[in-house]
Design a protein around this ligand. Structure first.
Ligand code: B1M
Length: 216
């Protein structure tokens, strides 16, 4: 059991516990990684995200089904709950604000939550609208909060058109907010095609992309 936290693969005990959905084991395993000197960001990127990739692969190959995917997601959320305070710097007045949400028809929120966390850590005040957010709700939240940035997340190819509709609604409302999109099926080409201002492949690059949009 020594050097528990030194390997980089999804065979790591924390990754395995996520894959198996063993939520009760998560706090101790996260603590072991922290005790071994791993940063919260490293744990997210190298232990948790890789575990969810395995879950997705198993689902695709019919080795697991929706209930198993759901309990894996719950275990992942348990870990994120513990790591969030470490990812978010407290007590500094936010320099910018942003609205974020998962588009209409889509219930996936783990990636969106990670982006929200990273944005908060970068001193952005984040208004999180949750999942299954209709275009009109994005428009309303941007207007009410005078948001400078809006983030749209989609994990399903079938909800990509809802992203296009949301961009259209924001543009038609004449709002000045910069629009950034992301999620597993999303590409830079798609962002250009639907008229978004930016795209990020992961939560880490979502910070750089947000900053360059906010400062432009
Ligand atoms: Co879903 N699901 N799911 N699922 N699920 C996928 C996405 C899928 C790829 C699995 C597969 O087949 N291999 C597949 C989509 C196929 C497709 O569209 N081509 C799929 C399917 C089919 C479905 C259902 C239709 C299954 C069914 O019911 N038959 C159903 C749809 C429900 C709905 O939304 N209406 C469904 C349901 C679910 C659960 C509810 C069980 C659960 C979600 C729980 C939750 O989110 N609270 C779930 C899960 C867990 C997954 C997988 C396994 C993991 C997703 C995840 O959390 N990844 C997923 C397979 C996979 O992705 N490998 C899958 C970890 C997360 C950190 O990554 O979300 O990609 P991700 O976020 C990344 C980047 O994409 C990026 O940064 C994040 C961090 O680096 N990013 C952004 C995300 N948003 C961003 C926004 C930005 C910038 C970057 O700017 C604003």
């Amino acid at each position: 059991m020594d050097n528990l936290c030194s390997d980089m693969s999804d065979t790591h005990p924390l990754s395995q516990a996520i894959i198996a959905g063993k939520r009760k084991e998560i706090p101790a395993l996260v603590q072991e990684c922290l005790d071994a000197g791993e940063s919260a960001q490293f744990i997210v990127e190298s232990r948790l995200v890789s575990a969810m990739a395995v879950v997705g692969e198993k689902f695709k190959n019919n080795e697991i089904f929706v209930p198993e995917m759901l309990i894996a997601a719950r275990a992942m959320k348990e870990a994120l709950k513990l790591l969030e305070p470490m990812l978010v710097e407290a007590g500094v007045k936010p320099e910018f604000n942003a609205v974020i949400g998962t588009v209409e028809g889509d219930l996936h929120d783990i990636g969106k939550n990670l982006v929200a966390m990273m944005w908060k850590g970068a001193n952005i005040d984040v208004i999180d609208l949750g999942v299954n957010v209709p275009p009109a709700k994005f428009v309303e939240a941007i207007r009410e909060n005078n948001a400078k940035l809006v983030g749209l997340s989609a994990l399903l190819t079938t909800t990509m058109p809802a992203m296009r509709e949301t961009v259209k609604a924001i543009r038609e409302a004449g709002l000045a907010a910069k629009i950034m999109i992301g999620g597993a099926p999303i590409t830079t080409e798609y962002a250009n095609e639907i008229g978004a201002d930016g795209y990020a492949a992961d939560a880490g690059s979502a910070v750089d992309a947000a900053m360059s949009l906010l400062r432009s």
